[in-house]
Design a protein around this ligand. Structure first.
Ligand code: GAP
Length: 461
């Protein structure tokens, strides 16, 4: 776990421009967050690395971008309309609202709440053992099931026939396009389809900053294959996800793989493994890898009447493909990276003065800005600006000419810029700049013409 408190890290993220409270000038909106310029860049870099790893370098995956609002029959077919509920209770005394399973889990961590029925959860709530964290009383309303999909209306009338939902996961946009992707790409099994996009859930208890929100971004893959090859592909995708998490530099000791107990699995599922990260507030799920058999395609085939089987061109067999689903939350992985990156270092200057340096040790490929061009004096702009313009063709680069060079280095450390390029009075004559490394603070002097390749080499994983 990070040695710094969650409060300290999130305060830094808010004050430096990674994340802002949502709708702040109107007093905010509970648990809604906006990404600022730095957070947007960092999250975009994360998505690009995900694309590189799972689409560009893995030659079996196609990316698509399905619509957020889908035909409501999709959510009837998947069971979301009937079953996508959270168990909700209110404290009868102070009226604070809770998710019953979370409330029980926090107070009885040995109970496997994910495997408990509503009746079991109700018994626990009524047992008198569970207390309201807000007022300490033990009297709750019976559990009510709360629909988590956001409802909206298509068209001008708000009536039953025009009800639609904001998608609660991106995955179903993939399943409903399985046939179109297979036909238009002429892909043979095994192959996968992936999607990056927003999902919406009316969570009862959002919280922990961007960890659990009502609007979040998922990066999901559905990987289709011949039935019977489940174990091989389940292991393959667990391994690929582990490689990705390693690649982006999350500290190994902050990670664990958690296999779901058989009681936690849906009846159609052959196994699920979660990858969890040790946040400053405790373990939290970053992603799940689920073996889902032919359940989803089977449901869509039954409910839409479309033939979603696959005709194997080699054996002439026709079957419903099985599927493994690696599903990752972009906001949670971004938050884990930012928690891992935050550091404070004690420095002692030459005159013995102590100081603290805040530094974000993000991998250069994920850092919002790859470099900052810092002219030693404002009048060096004619020398520094062309360097900035040239580097901007290839990377996100900052230009900062205000304040002392020491303060500018510190500002770049705080936002995680890996390379600060100091343009000084010799640059014009010797054609060289000084590059300061964010992590080691060491400086090297190199020709301007070599700066691009210097940065490029260090962006590689
Ligand atoms: N299609 C499978 C699916 O949606 P999930 O475990 O419900 O599975 C996948 O969600 C991932 O989406 C989670 O591992 C998590 O990273 C992210 N996620 C889910 N709910 C979230 C929320 N309320 N806020 C932020 N991220 C969330």
């Amino acid at each position: 776990m990070s040695k710094f408190s969650f409060d300290k890290i999130t305060t830094h993220l808010i004050t430096s421009g990674f994340v802002y409270p949502g709708s702040e000038i109107y007093g905010g909106l509970a648990n809604s967050w906006d990404y600022g310029p730095l957070g947007t860049l960092a999250k975009n870099h994360l998505k690009e690395e995900w694309r590189k790893h799972f689409v560009r370098e893995n030659h079996m995956i196609y990316e698509i971008e399905p619509a957020i609002i889908m035909n409501p029959k999709v959510w009837e077919a998947t069971g979301h309309v009937a079953n996508f509920h959270d168990p909700l209770v209110d404290c009868k005394y102070c009226h604070t609202r809770y998710r019953a399973d979370t409330l029980i889990k926090d107070q009885k961590p040995d109970l496997n709440v994910d495997a408990m029925t509503i009746e079991d959860l109700n018994k626990e709530i009524e047992s008198g053992d569970i207390t309201c964290p807000s007022c300490g009383k033990s009297t709750f309303t019976p559990i009510r099931q709360f629909q988590m999909m956001f409802k909206t209306y298509i068209g001008v009338t708000e009536e039953k026939s025009s009800v639609c939902y904001l998608r609660p996961e991106t995955a179903q946009g993939i399943f409903v396009n399985f046939k179109s992707v297979q036909r238009t790409t002429r892909a043979k099994l095994p192959f996968g389809v992936c999607d990056i996009g927003k999902a919406f859930r009316n969570e009862i208890t959002p919280g922990n900053f961007t960890f659990r929100t009502r609007e979040f971004e998922q990066m999901e893959i559905e990987f289709f294959f011949k039935p019977g090859e489940d174990m091989k592909w389940f292991e393959y995708w667990k391994d690929e996800c582990r490689k990705f998490i390693d690649r982006i530099g999350i500290e190994d000791s902050h990670l664990r793989f958690r296999d779901h107990e058989p009681e936690e699995l849906a009846f159609y599922s052959k196994g699920t493994t979660d990858i969890e990260y040790l946040f400053p507030f405790g373990w939290g799920e970053l992603m799940g890898i689920a073996s889902r058999t032919d359940y989803d395609l089977g449901r869509h085939q039954a409910c839409s009447g479309e033939d979603l089987t696959y005709l194997d061109p080699e054996t002439n067999e026709k079957y419903e493909p099985y599927c493994i689903e690696p599903s990752l939350g972009a906001d949670r992985v971004a938050l884990a990276l930012l928690c891992d990156a935050y550091d404070e270092e004690k420095l002692v200057s030459e005159n013995g003065k102590e100081d603290t340096r805040v530094v974000m040790h993000l991998h250069p490929a994920l850092a919002p800005y790859k470099a900052a061009v810092l002219p030693l004096a404002k009048k060096l702009a004619p020398v520094a600006e062309p360097i900035y313009e040239e580097l901007s063709k290839y990377f996100m680069v900052e230009y900062d000419a205000a304040g002392s060079i020491g303060k500018r280095y510190r500002r770049e450390d705080e936002i995680g810029t890996p390379f600060s390029i100091c343009v000084d009075f010799d640059t014009e004559t010797d054609g060289c700049v000084t590059i300061r490394d964010r992590d080691t603070m060491e400086q090297v002097r190199i020709p301007v013409a070599e700066v691009k390749s210097y940065i490029e080499e260090r962006l590689m994983f």
